[in-house]
Write a protein that binds this ligand. Structure first.
Ligand code: ZN
Length: 350
């Protein structure tokens, strides 16, 4: 099926990172707003060296930002460096609000009427934006779709103690549209188990739970996410396929996976769509949803991701079912009028 087959259809997306969805033209506006020397003034030397090693970033630093060229890199390191680089340009609460508005408009263009967006608030705090202001911005929502609910990434790399104190601060000023927490970051360095107390606290506060697991690490990480963190969904989770008992458990308990096939290929978990295990998981009865993860950085859209399922061996009816799972396994109800606004105004510099 072609991506255009899905474009007009109202869709829900459950695993997409806010900055990973930054529209390239919005990043261009930020790069014009902030001279790189100013934005990178406090960047540590290791970041500067990382940036200097990437041709796309060197071009942007020299004032030659070109949307199509910037998000092209031939290695995972290139992706990581580019992702990190963009974090230096969301520097004020106005930028943050502008980013949210730009991503919402992008959802509209894709007819995504409901999205659960993962936001790593700590990244923006690191750029000097007060946490309280960020949380206030997460409470704001226009009346028209897309409906956005937030999943705060407690960022496993800061460790369980810092994650818990971050959660405490978030709960003190809990954003109205906060639905859940997750853990992103380096799964192989910071596996799920030590975050048991943080997740128990989030659950006790009425938040839903998901976690990136079974992406860099294998089935044991997914087992820990289920048994210790007691999550409702698994972010990625695809490497569960390596343990038949785990696959049977996910199917029996109806625990959905947030599958992002193009992301898995771009980050090197699998070499091709043909190698991707989504079909095997589906045939074993595991509920699947499909998302883009970091659509701008992986040059994918939700419509294209759905159409790519054809290459994984899914029939049109099965793909429709997986698209519908985006609503079925959401943490909040879809908007009453599942229709995006028609107007998609040009993105203004913030
Ligand atoms: Zn992710």
């Amino acid at each position: 099926m072609a991506a255009t087959d899905f474009l007009a259809q109202p869709k829900a997306e459950l695993h997409v990172h806010l900055r990973g969805a930054i529209p390239p033209e919005f990043l261009g506006a930020l790069l014009r707003k902030y001279p790189p020397q100013e934005a990178l003034a406090n960047a540590p030397g290791r970041h500067r060296r990382l940036f200097a090693g990437q041709a796309n970033i060197r071009a942007a630093l020299a004032g030659h930002y070109e949307e199509n060229a910037f998000f092209r890199y031939d290695s995972f390191d290139g992706f990581l460096a580019t992702y990190l680089f963009t974090s230096y340009f969301v520097r004020s609460i106005e930028d943050f609000r502008g980013l949210i508005a730009a991503v919402r408009r992008q959802f509209c263009r894709e007819n995504i009427v409901y999205a659960e967006v993962t936001v790593s608030v700590i990244e923006y705090v690191n750029q000097g934006i007060p946490l309280e202001a960020l949380l206030e911005a997460l409470s704001e929502e226009p009346e028209t779709p897309p409906r956005v609910r937030w999943i705060v990434d407690l960022v496993r790399n800061i460790g369980p103690e810092a994650a818990e104190s971050l959660l405490d601060r978030i709960l003190e000023r809990r954003p109205r549209n906060l639905a859940a927490v997750t853990l992103g970051g380096a799964e192989h360095l910071f596996p799920p188990a030590p975050f048991e107390r943080v997740f128990a606290k989030a659950r006790g506060a009425g938040l839903r739970l998901t976690v990136h697991a079974g992406e860099a690490l294998g089935p044991e990480s997914v087992w820990d996410a289920l048994r210790i963190l007691k999550v409702d969904r698994i972010g990625h989770g695809v490497r569960a396929v390596e343990d038949p008992a785990l696959v049977a458990h996910l199917a029996a308990q109806r625990i959905p996976l947030e599958v992002c096939p193009t992301s898995n290929i771009r980050t090197g978990i699998y070499r091709s769509y043909g190698e991707h295990p989504a079909r095997r998981l589906f045939e074993a009865g595991v509920p699947l949803t499909v998302s883009t993860d970091d659509p701008t950085f992986f040059r994918v859209t939700l419509s294209r991701e759905l159409s790519a399922l054809t290459a994984l061996g899914f029939s049109p009816d099965e793909i429709e079912g997986i698209a519908a799972n985006g609503f079925r396994f959401a943490f909040a109800p879809p908007p009453a009028t599942p229709q995006c606004g028609k107007a998609t105004p040009a993105i203004r510099p913030c």
